[in-house]
Design a protein around this ligand. Structure first.
Ligand code: GTP
Ligand code: MG
Length: 190
């Protein structure tokens, strides 16, 4: 049986758990559905989901079946936040991303109904800079009809050309298996 276990939450690099296992990190705008997606992948409610955006303020680490570690990151682009808090976020994310030697893929989580913005571009550039593959999970696909979703994916391709992109619904569990398969490929890549 697959188990998923919460390890810890923290901010500072010195506190990150040293598991020696491959890591997959989830980053994206506040309220995009990062924690819900982690729960979908874990197949249990382990990451905190909230109706209040910006609830996740720490990096949270989860042990997935002693196979890899899922890292839930706080969301960005939260307009009501002060510049100070936004800077804090940047430092936290950059400190994690630039020291994570075991990071196998960075999952950029975004609401399928939103467009690619400067924030997403920054994350894409960061992933290129550190040489870690970027996987885009387009969440809340259940909010669109099948034809709307197809149209949205076409529009998305016009905005940005990306190799790994997956429409998903954490609510309906759609697309999660395909995403998971891709993540395993990155985890097992030597
Ligand atoms: N309909 C639908 N709602 C979703 C889906 N994924 C997440 N949500 C809802 O979106 C809201 C935010 O979800 P979270 O998973 O907490 O988002 P987050 O990205 O972790 O947010 P922060 O931690 O604040 O950055 C919650 O009300 C979820 O129930 C989905 O696939 N479909
Ligand atoms: Mg969250």
């Amino acid at each position: 049986m697959t188990f998923v276990k919460y390890i810890k939450s923290c901010i500072l690099a010195k506190d990150y758990p040293k598991t020696g296992q491959p890591e997959i990190a989830f980053v994206g705008r506040s309220n995009a559905g990062k924690s819900s997606l982690i729960n979908g992948i874990a197949n249990q409610k382990i990451a905190h989901v909230s109706g209040t955006p910006g609830k996740t303020r720490l990096l949270s680490f989860f042990n997935f079946n002693n196979e890899f570690v899922l890292v839930d990151m706080p969301g960005y682009g939260f307009a009501e936040r002060s510049h100070e808090e936004q800077d804090e976020w940047k430092v936290m994310i950059e400190s994690y991303l630039s020291t994570a030697e075991k990071l196998k893929a960075l999952v950029l989580v975004m609401d399928i109904r939103r467009s690619w913005s400067e924030d997403e571009k920054m994350i894409q550039e960061f992933s290129e800079h550190i040489g870690v593959p970027l996987v885009v999970a387009l969440t809340k696909a259940d909010k669109l009809s099948r034809s709307q979703m197809m149209k949205r994916m076409e529009e998305f391709d016009e905005d940005i050309v990306l190799k790994h992109k997956y429409p998903v619904s954490s609510l309906k569990k759609d697309g999660i298996d395909d995403l998971k398969k891709q993540l395993y490929k990155f985890i097992n890549r030597k």
